[in-house]
Every structure is written in C-alpha cells, then in structure tokens.
Design a protein. Sequence first.
Length: 424
Amino acid sequence: MRCEIVAIGTELLLGQIVDTNSAWLAERLATLGVDGYFQTRVGDNPARIEEALRQALARSDVVIVCGGLGPTQDDITRQAIANVMGAPLQRDPTLLARIETIFRQRNRPFADNNATQADVPVGARPMAMIAGTAPGLICQVGEKHIYALPGVPWEMRALFEADVLPDLLQRRAQFGDAEATLVNHTLYCWGPGESAIAARLTPRLQALDASGNPTIAFLASDIAGTRVRITAKAADAEEARRMAQEEAREVRALLGDAVFSEGDDAPMLHLPEAVVLRLLAERGQTLAIAESLTGGGIGARLTSIAGASRVFRGGIVAYADDVKFESLSVPPGPVVSEETAEHMARNVCRVLRADVGLAATGVAGPDSQEGLPPGTVCIAVAWKNETTTRTLNLGGRPREQVRILTATWLFDMLRRKIMDLPVA
C-alpha cells in the first residue's frame, strides 16, 4: 500500500513554520512498513489544493492531509476534498453538538464561523476523536482514501493514533502486507565523507539493488558525520531486525574504524560527544577542555549530554592570547600551532585536575591570523602522559561550520586514542 502526505498552509511555503507534521507522519508510517514515495506542501489556494489531492490520489492508495480544517477563511481543505469526491458539504448536527460542547467545557465563546468545522462531505465520516475543535475526516474516493487531519501537531498526532492508525492497518490487509514491519539500524561514521563512504559500500549497494531489501541510505551532517541507515522490511519485527543487523555486519566490515557508534535508539546517544563521554565513564576517566576559536562550543556540546557531570570537570575558554599565556602556561609566540594546542591540553589537565585534556586553537575566519588562512585549526588530546596533535585544514567553509567541525574532529581523535585506533 502506497501512502502520500499532503501538508496544507501558505505559512509552510514561506518558511514561517517548519513542517514537522510530515516528518512525524513519515517516520510513523515507515515503522509500520507503509511505503511513502511522495510528500507535497501546498498553500491555501482552493485550485492548487484540489490539484495536489488529485495528483496524490492518482499515484497513491492512501492520502493523509494535514491542515486547513479550522474555522477561518483560509481553512478550505474540506471544500477541496468535497470537490475531489464530487460531493457537497453537509453540516453534521451530531458533530456540531460535540464541537459546541467542547467550547462550553473550555469556557470559550462559540462564534458562528466555528460551525463550519461540522461541515462534512457527503459520503465521508468524521473521526470519532476530537483532540481540539477541528474534527478529522475519513473520506473514500473510489477505491482510495483520504484522511484529513488538523494542522496543530498535538491534535494531528492524537487523531492519527486514535482513528487513522486502526483504519489504515485494516485497509492494509487488502494489499497482502498486513503483517509487514520495517526496522532501521543506523551506523554513525566520521572521517571519510559521504561520497567516500558510498564508494566503500559499492559492493553492498550493488548487491542490495538486485534484492531491494534491505536498503541503504546516507545522511550527512557537520555534527554527527555521515549516518548510514539500513532499512529492512519483513513479516515481523524480529525477522526485520535480524535482516538489518546482518546487513550492518557487512557494512561495518567495509567501513572499519570510521564507524564510531551504531543503533536505532535516540540519535542524541550517538553524537560524537556522547560516545566519548560514555567511553571515558566506562574507564573512570575525567575530562577537561581548553578551547580558543570554538569559544566554549566544545564544552556546550559536552554538557548538552545527560550525565556529562560524571566525566566532564570543566573548561577554560582561552580566547585572547594573553589568557593562553597566563592561564594555560602557553609559551609566548604564535598561538595557532600544534605546540600551542599541546600546551593547552596538558596544562588544562593540571589546572582542572582531570585525567584527559582536549584543546583547540585556530583561525575560524573570516580573516587570516598569523599569516594562516581561515580554517587552519590545531587540536590536541593529552592522556596517559602522552599528547597527540593534529592540524586540520577546514578552509572554504563558513565560520560557524569551522567551529562545529573542529569540535567533532577533536571528539573523534579522543575516541581513537581511547580505542587505540590510528588517528584519522
């Protein structure tokens, strides 16, 4: 069964509101094993909404519509659906009474335009639950179906779980995949770029293209590197999980130590900063940082992780050169160097009485410094009476991206030292 999402609202097209509804619905449908190939956003225009609905019905079996069910003049989803169904709108007295009751219970005045929320296309039926004051609709168009949901996120989610989901699962049985379950398993990688990772996985991608299940997808970010998502679909969750994990072993063998974490639980647990905090906690080690160009950003990322206090002792933001000289005993002279990073990492351990020290110094941009171009960054890890340094070339990127990448490279260098892996 193919399902399509249509989100309605001019504010979505203008970027005034982020379309979180479509993202939530897509993820929820995916976990149910329901295929979705298209998502559409359309403004509050009757002709364009109707066109979007007709296109969606032409290529999908089920369409979920979000938004446009309120009482104002730009809430025109009901009429557009009625036009597609070829049916008039008719006021439902039972539904109207339910809406009036909600207003009385909330001690809110009932304006005349609120009654339009009880207008239902002939042949459609309102959903049993009303989360807010806008009822959802279940509409049959030939052999296909439209589920119309309000745009308020909490209302949309409540109606989906209470009314759409049971109806959707019942209809899915008609397509012979009533027991289908989809499971994801994600590998988090750092070091090689997205294209390099894809090149390493070419043998697996070619093999999976032939079978179509599982599938592999890539998602790159500055903070968490490249995520390799393996998706398997099977008759039950256990079999889908087995297929996904079996493919993960194949992928992991090809990617080697570029994989720093894996799993499909909360993504926050797989951020590089969360991984190094977990590794240090397991070893009973404490951590301190000395940062310059990142201006406290490394410490902020560490303390965003719950439980960081078990490991992280604190940091020194030595942004000005004299702070490096006075607080971290860095020798006077140029400060964008591996030697400076080494002194910062070693001495922050001493000052803050930590087992492990991290340091970053460099040129965030946009101007050069000490004759060095923007993006020149030196990082260091001090641990077990040994200091490892590295110079990064992050040029050609915006200032904030240089700062973000600096922190992630530093976390990865620490991970490799803890795991006794070669520094990338």
